[in-house]
Design a protein around this ligand. Sequence first.
Ligand SMILES: NC(=O)c1ccc[n+]([C@@H]2O[C@H](COP(=O)([O-])OP(=O)(O)OC[C@H]3O[C@@H](n4cnc5c(N)ncnc54)[C@H](OP(=O)(O)O)[C@@H]3O)[C@@H](O)[C@H]2O)c1
Length: 311
Amino acid sequence: MHKIPLGNSGLEVSEIGIGVWQASSEWGASDEEVVQAVEKSCELGVNLFDTAEGYGKGHSEIVLGRAIAKVGREKVMVATKVFSSHLRYEELQKACRASLTRLGIKQIDLYQIHWPDPWEQIPLKHTMKAMEKLYTEGKIRAIGVSNFAVRDLEEARSCLSKADIVSNQIRYNLLERQVEEEVLPYCKKNGITVLAWSPLGQGALTGKYGPRKLPSEPARANNPLFSKHNLLAANRLVKVLKKIANDHGKTVSQVALNWLARNPIVVPIPGARNATQADQNAHSVGWKMSADEAREVERACEEVKLDYFLR
Ligand SMILES: NC(=O)c1ccc[n+]([C@@H]2O[C@H](COP(=O)([O-])OP(=O)(O)OC[C@H]3O[C@@H](n4cnc5c(N)ncnc54)[C@H](OP(=O)(O)O)[C@@H]3O)[C@@H](O)[C@H]2O)c1
């Protein structure tokens, strides 16, 4: 498994990671199966595992901690997140200590601000000061953010003096490419790694869902990608992915992930319910679609017109 630098942190992460949100009531995957997904990923050289205190109220971190105890701490880069209701100076540090306890580790590799604070309007400088304190104390090895626009990134970076932001975790998949306009160019220019969340559109890009076959968990209940109109549009794109998949002996989801990973600053972090999905996702890299195939995918994307107001 090829490794890439995580921003300017000096750390290296696998070119594909895995999301562990699935170990939570929102997804309802079995804890045991998610532990097996982590084990399988490690076996295949994946080292980046993403969780958050917000996933299942900490349950996802506990499950990842269980997996770490099995596979060995040295095999795992732990990326977790502080929720947007814990962004005050003292509360953020408390949240970090609680995450460390749930994960059963002494140091978090990448600590991320989950979302910019929409409610309390806590000055970002207080939050970043707390992040920097954790960094200088060695409780975290790198500072990351999530769902930050360029204006947020710029402000956050200007509040730091001893470290820089190494990553921005954002929604990025073949159906939802909005970040290509501003965020990706900014991150590329500034050496910030992009962790792509929902890289499979929560399953809409796997080809296994349609208007008559819908997922039922709370995590996807309000995702507009699963409206009839959007799923039909997604499945037209899936047809193109399927052709490329067949030509390479791959699956539709592997093509969808491979397309994202073509960009050297992007690390997709697909969520896996079980070891089979983790295995498939790890094998979405290590091969290349041709430039013509990539263009064919992009042309098909241009035809997709999503409607976010249909539900
Ligand atoms: N920072 C943020 O705000 C934020 C937001 C969302 C997610 N995330 C992170 O990003 C990770 C991934 O995002 P996500 O879970 O929302 O969406 P995703 O990775 O696009 O989709 C995950 C779902 O796709 C299906 N799947 C995965 N691998 C598959 C395969 N090989 N074949 C067929 N189906 C497959 C599984 O669901 P089924 O089998 O049930 O269809 C799985 O639960 C999360 O685990 C979390 O760590 C972060």
